[in-house]
Design a protein around this ligand. Structure first.
Ligand SMILES: Nc1nc2c(c(=O)[nH]1)N[C@H]1C(S)=C(S)[C@@H](COP(=O)(O)O)O[C@H]1N2
Ligand SMILES: [Mo]
Length: 322
């Protein structure tokens, strides 16, 4: 493979890896499966193209010497991301000391992102008409086929996983379910006698909420790579909301918040209990949101307020920032 074609192929693979990775993080329901598979296949594709890239890098290093440090960091990030992707997928090592393989996977990719942009801007690969011809399509098809074939065994090794890539931990045993924060929230200690949940201009006490007994069995699937299914109880959000509005914003005492379509309120449970017992501090005491079909980061813990307004639900960062 010529150098220019190798670089173009890697660029396309990298772009698809970033987009499918971000989409796989958003996916909660079964439409996500092809996205996760695509993400894995693209990762294998990067590994297959790596030897050719190695040749190009060898030439470049001899010419540029020490100035190539940013490229070295980019290469290390890419290797770290691919290796941890394989470790998580196959289950070979889900934990790496204090961090998970998944955290390193995403962290390395996020670190690589600005470097990729810099790298492409510094050495733009020009597209030629022949790049979209029959021969190139055959070549790309061959690469895709080989990547797919190589990807299948890794999914068999990791066959106890959900389609999102997550492994079961603590189903029907809330005490065995991990306590997870998106980034840097601390578990707050809440005095339920003083605590109030504000919903619009209503103020609800803990006693009022725990008296409700709407139930749902729902599966929490954290992007950190685990999932658990539990029996949750509380009150459907719809029962508490005023009519109208386009979206509902659910806020935590910590400031963490997510916005939902108003039409989802009938499927969102404001939970005070799990497996028949009040929530533990770590799992959201006094009350948390249960958002069936959505990834864990939507399940706001330690509720403080709920408001309806006219903004569209997507008027928020795609992922939380705290
Ligand atoms: N307030 C608040 N709620 C939060 C988070 C957070 O950081 N802060 N993390 C979310 C994420 S990423 C997940 S996976 C679930 C984890 O719920 P658990 O700790 O009860 O397992 O809580 C969600 N709710
Ligand atoms: Mo999560």
């Amino acid at each position: 493979m010529a150098g220019r074609r190798t670089n173009l192929t890697l660029l396309v693979l990298t772009a698809v890896a970033f987009v499918s990775g971000a989409l796989a993080y958003s996916a909660g329901t079964a439409w996500g499966r092809p996205v996760t598979v695509l993400h894995g296949v693209v990762g294998v594709g990067v590994v297959l193209v790596a030897p050719w890239k190695g040749l190009i890098v060898g030439h470049g290093m001899r010419r540029r010497g020490a100035r190539a440090w940013a490229s070295v960091v980019l290469a290390l990030c890419t290797i770290a991301s691919v290796v941890t992707g394989v470790l998580h997928t196959t289950g070979a090592a889900v934990h790496l000391g204090p961090v998970t393989a998944m955290q390193v996977h995403v962290g390395a990719a996020l670190l690589a992102l600005p470097l990729v942009i810099w790298h492409v801007a510094a050495r733009p690969a020009r597209l030629r008409r022949a790049d979209l011809g029959r021969r190139e399509l055959l070549r790309v098809g061959g690469l895709a086929g080989a990547a797919l074939v190589a990807y299948v065994p890794t999914t068999l090794l990791g066959s106890d996983r959900r389609f999102t890539g997550s492994r079961q931990r603590g189903t029907d045993r809330p005490s065995a379910m991990p306590v997870t924060q998106w980034l840097d929230d601390d578990v707050p200690v809440v005095d339920t006698r003083a605590w109030r949940l504000r919903v619009g201009d209503r103020s609800l006490t803990y006693a009022e909420l725990i008296a409700r007994d709407d139930r749902v069995r729902a599966l929490l699937d954290c992007t950190g790579g685990w999932y658990a299914s539990q029996h949750w109880a509380g009150v459907w959000l719809e029962e508490l909301l005023p009519a109208g509005g386009r979206s509902v914003v659910v806020r935590s005492l910590t400031g963490y918040s997510r916005r939902f379509p108003r039409s989802d309120a009938g499927r969102l449970l404001l939970a005070t209990r799990v497996a028949g017992r009040p929530l533990s501090a770590g799992h959201g005491h006094p009350a948390r949101l249960v958002a069936p079909g959505r990834r864990g980061f939507w399940w706001v813990k330690w509720l403080d307020s709920v408001d309806v307004d006219e903004r569209p639900w997507w008027w928020q960062p795609p992922f939380p920032l705290t």
